[in-house]
Design a protein around this ligand. Structure first.
Ligand code: PBG
Length: 325
């Protein structure tokens, strides 16, 4: 028999012992819940590939946000499905755009909630790309002006935080400058600093009807193979005035998350995206995995890797479980 002086199992014997030595703990305050606003009234349209997630008309989203706040959700991330799309994505920066309406309604129904708006054009453009398209190419600099307009109009509606996700170079700087010029120096920027061109956004594109009509997003979103480039993206957003940095998707990029956490002193967010949610749901619906266990294991791994904030469609379920103890 080996001389087993060291026995790590001593600290795993009971649940109370395990709780005492647990290194990472999820809290209800960790989560931001993404919500999708759409036109109409009394609309609650479930997204087929994302059971439990709905497209919600403004009246419904106001109610849903209030219920989430009641449950203990601290923040929401808003996306919009406009009634009409055009080349320039004008629904993104229209004063009465769908997200702007939703922000105003939620301000009333859930005053304390932190309202974050996704600042991008892809849900609003007829071609489904995140910027201005000319001759089959997504142009960088002309897109900046539209993204800045979008951010300002979201701030005017009452957003606390804008979250640029188009992956255009200089978008954080352009938005910071436009917000400050418009008197919104208190509106924060959560930068999708490290956003990979990912297959895990599939269900979202169904939810937001935002799949690109031609080509893909690889000419602006990042290559999943790159770490050093991720640091460069984060440094640029930091220098341009980002208040928080995000990594997206989460679980395939925990190494990136961890490195960002070590290198930067800003709050770091991770987006557990639609495909990551859909995979757990689908396997659970088949009876192949235990949904609650896999959900909590996944969210814990994201926090353990260094996320201060987790954006997840599971926010409510996780909070309910945490509250149940
Ligand atoms: C908009 C945007 C996307 C997501 C968040 N903001 C889609 C995309 O880049 O294609 C994905 C979120 C998810 O999959 O849950 N650019």
């Amino acid at each position: 028999m080996a001389d087993l002086f060291h026995r790590p199992r001593r600290l795993r014997r009971t649940e109370t012992m395990r709780a005492l030595v647990r290194e990472t703990r999820l809290a209800p305050e960790d989560f931001i819940l993404p919500l999708f606003a759409c036109a109409g009234e009394k609309v609650r349209r479930e997204i087929p590939s994302m059971p439990g997630v709905h497209n919600l008309s403004v009246d419904e989203i106001a109610r849903e946000a209030a219920a989430a706040a009641e449950l203990g959700v601290k923040g929401i991330m808003l996306f919009g499905l406009p009634e009409a799309k055009d080349e320039a994505g004008s629904g993104a920066y229209h004063e009465r755009g769908i997200v702007q309406q939703a922000v105003r309604a939620i301000r009333d129904s859930a005053p304390g909630l932190v309202i974050v708006t996704d600042t991008c054009l892809c849900e609003y453009t007829s071609h489904g790309h995140c910027g201005v398209v000319r001759d089959g190419e997504v142009l960088n600099d002309p897109s900046l002006e539209l993204l800045a307009r979008t951010a300002v109009s979201q701030a005017e509606a009452g957003a606390d935080v804008v979250a640029p996700s188009a992956m255009m170079d200089g978008q954080v700087g352009a938005i910071r400058e436009a917000l400050d010029d418009a008197g919104f120096d208190q509106v924060a920027i959560l930068a999708y600093a490290v956003k990979y061109a990912s297959g895990f956004y599939g269900p979202f594109r169904e939810a937001a009807d935002s799949a690109p009509a031609f080509g893909d997003r690889r000419a602006y979103q990042m290559d999943a193979a790159n770490t050093r480039e991720a640091m460069r993206e984060a440094e640029l957003d930091y220098a341009e005035g980002a208040d928080m940095l995000m990594v997206k998707p989460a679980t395939c990029f925990l190494d990136i998350l961890k490195t960002l956490r070590e290198e930067f002193d800003l709050p770091i967010a991770a987006y557990h995206v639609s495909g990551e949610y859909a995979m757990i749901k689908a396997a659970a619906q088949n009876g192949w995995i235990d949904e609650e266990r896999v959900m909590m294991e996944t969210l814990t791994s994201i926090k353990r890797a260094g996320a201060d904030i987790i954006l997840t469609y599971y926010a409510r379920d996780a909070i309910k479980l945490l509250r149940a103890g």
